[in-house]
Design a protein around this ligand. Structure first.
Ligand SMILES: [Zn+2]
Length: 90
């Protein structure tokens, strides 16, 4: 689930206000918030600039690629890469 609704409420904006800021219709914004559609790249950039958050955060993506070993991990469960932790523990 994306975080557009959560970020909008934190910013104290209603749907109409945010839709106007981004330059889309209120129904488009509503369908993003419901997860029915995803914003296109242009709109993702606008939203991430508007809320000052990363696009991954905005979209609620939780999979991260480890910079060291290239392995994927879930940031909801692991703060750091479990593969590297196993290696460093020997
Ligand atoms: Zn790793």
């Amino acid at each position: 689930m994306n975080r557009i609704l959560e970020l909008r409420e934190t910013a104290g904006l209603n749907q109409a206000e945010l839709a106007e800021k981004i330059g889309v219709s209120q129904s488009t914004l509503a369908s993003w918030e419901l997860g029915e559609t995803e914003p296109d790249v242009d709109n993702m950039v606008k939203l991430s600039n508007c809320f000052d958050v990363a696009i991954d955060y905005l979209l609620g993506r939780t999979n991260r690629t480890c910079l060291f070993c290239g392995g994927m991990y879930d940031t909801r469960e692991d703060i750091s890469c479990p593969h590297c932790l196993v290696e460093s523990r020997g």
